[in-house]
Design a protein around this ligand. Structure first.
Ligand SMILES: O=P(O)(O)OC[C@H]1O[C@](O)(COP(=O)(O)O)[C@@H](O)[C@@H]1O
Ligand SMILES: [Mg+2]
Ligand SMILES: [Mg+2]
Length: 351
């Protein structure tokens, strides 16, 4: 959907325009409209903060071992209820152990993180919702069939950021658009028809408290960023970490940057923290459609195939030149930016 609508056009109008241009998107548009309706409801709930009850109240553990907070469950129930009324056969949700079967004959399957950034619930920080839409593969013997295809089979992907504004970032495979919720009307309206990630950056996002657990390439890359103009990168970097994937990625999509959640040496973190189906693959599609790059350090995310719905994958994404630079560290080298780290003026041979 290359959007030609004016800024301020309602989401419904933009979706109708996309369906006019490509009638095959009719069901996908219906799913997005359903997700958006749930997002409006959850946005209102979050906006009331503690006046709406203790949204951070701890409950059960989910399938990944995280303690579910009240809002995780509320968001899961809201979005799955909305999807029941949409042409969706299967849902893979962070908050459900197994694939949920909704409307068996429907053409689409949806992977969903109903509430992203759960550690920010209850402290008035940004959280969100992430989704990826794929064709449903009818295989009664294998409920995973629709989700065990490469991320490149996603028809559409998006996320909602419940931040100072509630934003919807969306791709239907032709560019990435942003919308903002007009709270007075309860409608998302177009704010950017073509988000574009700058190719270069001076900003990285990583949870630096894990530094001692990182593998050698990540350590070397971040250390070189921190050395700034004194090191081989020859530029001073800034760091941001919001602990909310949607908010960190919205920033990267808006002004560039590189986001890293690599694998590390902690127990169960060999493949990082983020889940391939409902976090990493949708984000990768959005970033690529905005002109950025998304890898697991070396391999393109959208070529990866999940074998289970809660499987994790490392994520390195954002500004293309910076993601390529990280890959050179993974390949055992360092970038040659005119000041070779080994032989340049500020290189290792000098230090
Ligand atoms: O607490 P950490 O290790 O920094 O991890 C933060 C990351 O975990 C997440 O909160 C995982 O998502 P959930 O909250 O949906 O489990 C991401 O939004 C965020 O980028
Ligand atoms: Mg998440
Ligand atoms: Mg979540």
């Amino acid at each position: 959907m290359a959007i030609s609508a004016a800024i301020g056009t309602p989401l419904e109008t933009c979706l109708a325009q996309a369906v006019d241009a490509n009638p095959a998107l009719k069901d996908t548009a219906a799913v997005i409209a359903a997700v958006a309706r749930s997002a409006v409801e959850i946005s209102e709930r979050i906006g009331r903060g503690a006046l709406g009850g203790d949204l951070a109240a701890a409950g059960e553990h989910n399938s990944d071992g995280d303690v579910q907070k009240a809002l995780d469950v509320i968001a899961h129930e809201s979005v799955t209820a909305a999807l029941r009324g949409a042409p969706v056969a299967e849902v893979a949700s962070e908050e459900a152990e197994e694939v949920m079967r909704l409307n068996p004959d429907a053409p689409l399957a949806v992977a969903i993180d109903p509430l992203d950034g759960s550690s920010n619930i209850g402290v008035n920080m940004a959280v969100g919702l992430i989704f990826g839409i794929r064709p449903s593969i009818k295989n009664p013997a294998n409920p995973l069939a629709s989700f065990t295809t490469p991320g490149s089979t996603q028809i559409a992907a998006g996320f909602v950021t419940y931040g100072p504004a509630t934003a919807l970032i969306l791709t239907l495979g032709e560019g990435t658009q942003s919308y903002v919720l007009d709270r007075a009307e309860g409608t998302f309206k177009l704010t950017s028809p073509a988000m574009s990630v700058p190719a270069s950056t001076k900003e990285f996002a990583i949870n630096a408290s894990n530094a001692r657990h990182w593998d050698a390439p990540v350590k070397a890359y971040i250390e070189d960023c921190q050395r700034g103009t004194e090191g081989p990168r020859d530029k001073d970097y800034n760091m941001r970490w919001l602990a909310s994937l949607v908010a960190d990625i919205q920033r990267v999509l808006t002004r560039g940057g590189v986001f890293l959640y690599p694998g590390d040496a902690r127990k169960n973190y060999a493949r990082g923290r983020l889940r391939l189906l409902y976090e990493v693959a949708p984000v990768a599609m959005l970033v690529e459609q905005a002109g950025g790059t998304a890898t697991d350090g070396q391999t393109r995310i959208l070529d990866l195939v999940a074998t289970g719905i809660h499987e994790r994958a490392p994520l390195v994404c954002g500004s293309t030149e910076e993601v390529a630079c990280v890959a050179t560290y993974y390949a055992g080298g360092k970038p040659d930016a005119g000041r070779s780290p080994l032989f340049g003026q500020r290189g290792l041979m000098r230090s």
